[in-house]
Write a protein that binds this ligand. Structure first.
Ligand code: MGD
Ligand code: MGD
Ligand code: SF4
Ligand code: MO
Length: 748
């Protein structure tokens, strides 16, 4: 493993503490503290800090668990409201010149606006007019009406969204999880009959080995780092599998351990750090399985008792030659053997992963190969062990549970049929990518976006823009402006509808963490009080539209504006969610039933885990000529992994610099030193980067700790570069394995 030579050799640490201090003494400071202490779950990631015991408490009841990312999210929501004359003074042409950070910094959206065909400006409209337009738009044929959502909203809003769409006869419930953890949901469901993590926070604490694959948790799930530190402190092991050395995965200074952070410069995280070729994780895990066999570390008793199909997995591992494995993943047999030994000799192992595993054309196989490895070592269905997808948005998992998916489970289908007193649509429905394709082909009239940024989150921004431009009416329900509101314009009417966020809603809501814990968020207030402000809640918006479409039969939609009634419906319809029916009285947050497996009896028909063979991917790299039709340009073909910098939340950039990776701005490409030399470049030189979907000019080269042949760039900027290759089983794009050509333009 190479040692990091970036300006930072520890993740977390001083910059984080500095950020806290800066924000605490800023003019917003008091308000930030008030919101941090508000009884609601953190807005940012799905680790799920906050809730009834106060904003700083995690699911195990431990204090001091709120990280700087949550402050970042709150500070952004506490910006001033956009002024009443802003949109009349700024033409769409000018708004389109803003970058992501520029859009977010415009401030909070405070009144509904519309951009009508042929007009140059968004203009303010009344909610009455919004509802009139919505009623028309939702009355188009149901297969031509679609929604997209992002996991910041509540369970209640999510439940209503899908109920309204299905009452309308549409199954087109695209969601950001289609671009995110869908491979985990699909893969885990097939193997264990349950698509979420089987590990609770309490259970994680009992493990003595964590295998963390394709995750940059120091940036994206900072409080997971506290658990890794504690596991290391008690003598446990942490194995990292990631083509890129993320400093915080080597050493991390957490404010929760101030003495260690200040005196020792942080805690060691990785015991072993493997850097495989992007997209080759199946080969790594089949290699681990093979080595476990060779080292006699397979738990055959467990396999026989609790699994089906294990013989094929064993045969597959045995029959796959080492040469094929090492050639595919680029790791040596010895490295894989060491990892296998560490896993096989540990008592309790948790396998955790994020986007490095799911953002591939074989994402589902990646997930299954991890599940198989857990099973052949008996590490599933026992406290302290199991498979743990680390979920993204703070309530993205809740959206899936509430039925915001095109893959609705039978029990929910049955319950919704009863609630709506009508049969549900049988059409397949569009996931996020399929929705863009359908729109591109002119098959969508109406799109309702509950949060998110469908435009910038997609690959191939040229296509995304064109596709959205074919849709008659688009509703963007949001708290703050983003790139999509100015670039993802509809053909006739584009509306931006401002709503309260989680800590402002005038009613209680709930959210579900990635560890399957349901939080109760108390009602709150907003700082947006100027006379021009006209915000409503997501619940009011959806129920008002639904009321106009469906009246009161069989449901009184307006009655559902009291969210405790929605919770009653959720308790009836959603498996494992019964306790939500009493949460208004008991205030007791709970773990969803049937998700955490403490016994090796799974949710499959036979109760046994269904193991499935995962073929090794055949990874190819195109020739230069594929990009250019010309082999003479000086440059290099690389595999790009696009992902998050340390100062952004998905498509929303808060800070342009990424100090930990030594990337001073957003327009950088991180490359291996040998590649820079081989291509005849120098660090900090400007180059062009070309993919199969577009090109970015004048990009600065930064030398970093990334595997040779691989490059890293920030999303969403990188999304102009490439077209969508997807895993056909779940529609998730391969954002982490994008062939690019990096070259020196002639005039440089
Ligand atoms: N602060 C902050 N928090 C966030 C977010 C945010 O944007 N900002 N986003 C939220 C969301 S929606 C999500 S989904 C999560 C995302 O959290 P992550 O998944 O941690 O985020 P990514 O930046 O996509 O990085 C994934 C990691 O995968 C590695 N990787 C790339 N290709 C491969 C591969 O082929 N194999 C392996 N093993 N590793 C690979 C990359 O080097 C990188 O370290 O974070 C959530 N939390
Ligand atoms: N190249 C590349 N592309 C990627 C990825 C990658 O790693 N690489 N990651 C993918 C992943 S994992 C994901 S999850 C997607 C993310 O895609 P999305 O979830 O669609 O995008 P976000 O940027 O999270 O959406 C941010 C917007 O949500 C709105 N918002 C915030 N809070 C609220 C709220 O309370 N209510 C409402 N209604 N709106 C709110 C704000 O207006 C904000 O601008 O991007 C995907 N795209
Ligand atoms: S780890 Fe995630 S949930 Fe916890 S405080 Fe940080 S951003 Fe919020
Ligand atoms: Mo995500």
């Amino acid at each position: 493993m190479t040692k990091s030579t970036n300006s930072f050799s520890t993740g977390g640490g001083l910059p984080v503490i500095q950020y806290w201090l800066e924000k605490s003494v800023s003019p917003q400071g008091v308000k930030i503290w008030e919101k941090l202490n508000h009884k609601s779950s953190c807005l940012s990631c799905a680790w799920g800090t906050g809730g009834q015991k106060g904003g700083f408490v995690n699911e195990a009841g431990e204090y001091l668990q709120r990280c700087a990312k949550s402050v970042e999210a709150i500070a952004s929501e506490l910006q001033e409201g956009i002024k009443g004359d802003f949109f009349s003074q700024n033409a769409i042409e000018d708004l389109q010149k803003l970058d992501s950070q520029g859009c977010d910094r415009l401030g909070r959206l405070t009144y509904p606006v519309i951009l009508r065909k042929g007009n140059s400006h968004y203009e303010r409209i009344s909610w009455q007019e919004v509802y009139d337009i919505a009623t028309q738009a939702f009355r188009q044929p149901p297969e031509r009406v679609a929604s997209y959502s992002s996991g910041r909203s509540s369970n209640e809003a999510a439940f209503l969204l899908q109920l309204m769409m299905r009452a309308n006869g549409s199954n087109n419930l695209a969601d950001c999880s289609d671009l995110c953890h869908a491979p985990s949901t699909v893969g885990l469901k097939e193997v264990f009959g349950s698509g979420t993590s089987m590990v609770s926070l309490e259970s994680l604490k009992q493990s003595d080995c964590v295998v963390l694959v394709g995750s940059n948790a120091p940036a994206n799930h900072p409080r997971l780092m506290n658990e890794l530190i504690k596991i290391r402190d008690k003598g446990g092991k942490v194995i990292i599998i990631n083509p890129q050395i993320e400093v915080g995965l080597v050493k991390f200074a957490s404010p929760a351990f101030p003495i260690k952070s200040l005196l020792k410069g942080g805690s060691e995280i990785s015991t072993l750090y493997l850097q495989p070729i992007p997209g080759s994780d199946v080969a790594v895990f089949v290699g681990i399985q093979k080595s476990l066999l060779e080292q006699n570390l397979v738990d055959f008793d467990y396999l026989k008792k609790y699994t089906q199909g294990w013989e094929e997995i064993i045969n597959h591992a045995q029959n796959t030659p080492w040469q094929t494995i090492t050639n595919t993943c680029g790791l040596s047999k010895e490295e894989i053997e060491e990892v296998a030994y560490t896993i096989g000799s540990a008592d309790k192992v948790v396998f955790a992963w994020a986007m490095g595993i799911t953002h591939h054309t074989n994402g589902v196989d990646n997930v299954k190969s991890i599940a198989n490895t857990a099973l052949i070592t008996g590490n599933a269905g026992k406290i302290g062990t199991g498979t743990m997808p680390i979920r993204g948005h703070s309530n993205v998992q809740g959206f899936g549970s509430m039925g915001v998916t095109i893959r609705l489970s039978e029990p929910i289908k049955k319950a919704l049929t009863q609630i709506l007193n009508q049969s549900l649509p049988e059409t397949k429905g569009y996931d996020a990518r399929a929705l863009i394709t359908a729109a591109d082909e002119g098959n969508i009239d109406t799109l309702f976006c509950l949060g998110g940024n469908l435009y910038a989150a997609n690959p191939d921004l040229t296509q995304a823009k064109r596709a959205l431009g074919n849709i008659n009416t688009i509703f963007y329900v949001a708290t703050k402006p983003n790139l999509g509101h100015f670039h993802g314009l509809a053909e006739e009417n584009t509306l931006i509808l401002p709503v309260f966020n989680r800590f402002e809603n005038p009613h209680a809501t709930t959210t579900e963490s990635g560890n399957n814990f349901v939080r109760l968020n108390e009602s709150g207030t907003t700082h947006l009080t100027s006379p021009e402000t006209d915000l409503i809640s997501e619940i009011e918006l959806i129920t008002e539209i639904a009321h106009r479409l469906h009246g009161e039969n069989p449901l009184n939609w307006r009655k559902l504006q009291d969210t405790s009634y929605i919770r009653q419906l959720i308790a009836k319809a959603i498996p494992g969610y019964q306790k939500i029916g009493e949460i208004d009285q008991t205030k007791t947050e709970f773990t969803i039933e049937g998700r955490i497996f403490s016994e090796p009896h799974f949710n499959t028909l036979s109760g046994k885990a269904q193991m499935q063979v995962t073929p090794l991917p055949v990874l190819t790299i195109p020739e230069q000529i594929y990009f250019d039709g010309d082999n003479n340009k000086k440059g290099i073909v690389l595999i790009l992994g696009s992902g998050r910098g340390y100062g952004q939340h998905n498509t929303v950039v808060y800070k342009t610099e990424d100090k930990y990776r030594g990337m001073p701005h957003r327009h950088c490409i991180l490359m291996n030193r040998e590649d820079i030399k081989k291509a005849g470049f120098q660090a900090h030189q400007r180059v062009n980067v070309k993919g199969d979907g577009g090109e970015l000019m004048n990009v600065e080269i930064v030398a970093g700790e990334i595997l040779q042949g691989v490059a890293f760039m920030f999303y969403p900027e990188a999304n102009v570069l490439f077209k969508a290759k997807i895993d056909p089983r779940c529609g998730t794009p391969a954002y982490k394995r994008v062939p690019i050509f990096v070259y020196k333009p002639d005039n440089n």
